[in-house]
Design a binder for this molecule. Structure first.
Ligand SMILES: [Zn+2]
Length: 221
């Protein structure tokens, strides 16, 4: 459970089988609930729960469900942190309705920063010559996960990342650049970001995302 204090808790519904009145609903990943309970460190004993609403966008879209599963898996892996509940709620609510998945990417880019894993986007990670992305052709650079940033393709082979995706990353990672709120994130840029962000975090943190493997088997993103 992600609770409004921003903590990630495990919980159990005490006496749920006996009381349909106190527990009229089953817990599901697409549900937002009002719960009463006692909290003991990371374990919560719940006495009552009411469904506030379901997010149909997650319930009915495989891609959205998988994106949320990746966020949830990350939260469980880093459950000692306290999160901004409002941001997580907005992300959860946006899945299935925001076709650009901006808040999903925002979340993981914020986590990159939080864990001190900002990738190198200003110069080649191999030859150290500076990049000026705005005026460059996409064929001029690649993203090298194991080196942590952009490289010339002739310096090291890597993943293609389109210019809009690099600008999106830069604007989110930098305090000084505008956040590009009004710029559309095209499908190709989303695919670019999706190709790079989670694999980069997996490599840097030494943690594999099971939910991503499941998603990749049957994905439209
Ligand atoms: Zn280079």
């Amino acid at each position: 459970m992600i609770v409004e204090t921003g903590r990630i808790l495990k919980g159990f519904a005490a006496g749920a089988r006996k009381s349909r009145k106190r527990f009229p609903h089953q817990f599901a990943v697409d549900g937002f609930y009002d719960v009463d309970g006692m909290q003991d460190d990371r374990l919560a004993r719940l006495h009552r729960c009411d469904l506030i609403h379901f997010n149909d966008g997650i319930g009915k879209s495989w891609d959205s469900l998988c994106l949320w599963a990746q966020v949830a898996e990350w939260l469980v892996l880093h459950q000692d942190q306290t999160y901004d509940f409002e941001s997580l709620y907005r992300l959860w609510a946006s899945l299935g309705t925001d076709s650009e998945c901006r808040l999903f990417f925002d979340f993981f880019i914020r986590e990159m920063k939080m864990h001190g894993l900002t990738p190198e986007l200003d110069e080649c990670v191999i030859c150290r010559k500076p990049f000026f992305i705005e005026g460059m052709n996409q064929k001029d650079y690649v993203f090298v996960i194991e080196e942590g940033g952009l490289s010339h393709p002739q310096c090291r082979a890597g993943l293609s990342l389109d210019g809009a995706a690099v600008l999106f990353l830069k604007s989110r990672l930098s305090e000084s650049l505008p956040a590009l709120e009004n710029q559309t994130l095209a499908r190709a840029s989303q695919e670019s970001l999706n190709r790079v962000i989670i694999p980069y975090l997996e490599w840097q943190m030494g943690q594999a995302f099971k939910s991503r493997r499941v998603h990749l088997k049957q994905s439209t993103l």
